[in-house]
Design a protein around this ligand. Structure first.
Ligand SMILES: [Zn+2]
Length: 174
């Protein structure tokens, strides 16, 4: 998954805000979108320094054990009253969402270091050329577009539609 990460982070922020009964402030939205794409910063290292010598999902930003440790530390270090708690929670949940999305058609080493084997829900067959057509023509790409469309819809739909006022206004009177 590549296109879905940013909108998925946005949706994570909105969902967490809703669950907490708070408004989705720019801080939370930014934290969600940053967490949604953060693991892929290893692409810079893979391209510029490591020259793809290993699958970039093997770097620490894609290792669930690392994020488990970071998440545990965050729970221990930040109290519920801390101002940074909510953005940090959103950021970490968006990172976990990233790892889950990457597990659909990518490889994530969920059980590393106990099991040095990646997990992927589906394998995209290499039947088209150029290589990127394999991704564009696979059903998982529709899923990615779905995340993007839902996020764009929620971000831009008019407030009166969001709150249901339009539905009330257009109801026929008896
Ligand atoms: Zn990734």
């Amino acid at each position: 998954m590549f296109i879905a990460h940013l909108p998925a982070g946005y949706l994570t922020a909105r969902q967490v805000a809703r669950r907490l009964g708070v408004s989705a402030t720019p801080d939370l939205i930014l934290a969600g979108m940053a967490g949604g794409i953060f693991p892929d910063i290893d692409l810079l290292y893979a391209i510029l320094i490591d020259h793809w010598s290993v699958h970039h999902h093997r770097y620490w930003t894609h290792l669930p054990l690392v994020w488990l440790a970071i998440s545990a530390a965050a729970v221990l270090l930040f109290r519920t009253s801390d101002a940074a708690r909510q953005p940090l929670t959103v950021f970490l949940l968006a990172v976990w969402g990233h790892l889950l999305l990457d597990s659909i058609a990518g490889d994530i080493w969920w059980l590393w270091p106990w099991l040095d084997s990646p997990f992927s829900l589906v394998v995209i067959p290499a039947i088209h050329s150029p290589w990127w057509l394999n991704f564009l023509l696979h059903w998982t790409f529709a899923l990615e577009l779905g995340f993007a469309l839902v996020a764009v819809w929620l971000a831009w739909k008019p407030r009166h539609v969001r709150s249901g006022k339009l539905a009330q206004r257009s109801m026929p009177r008896a």
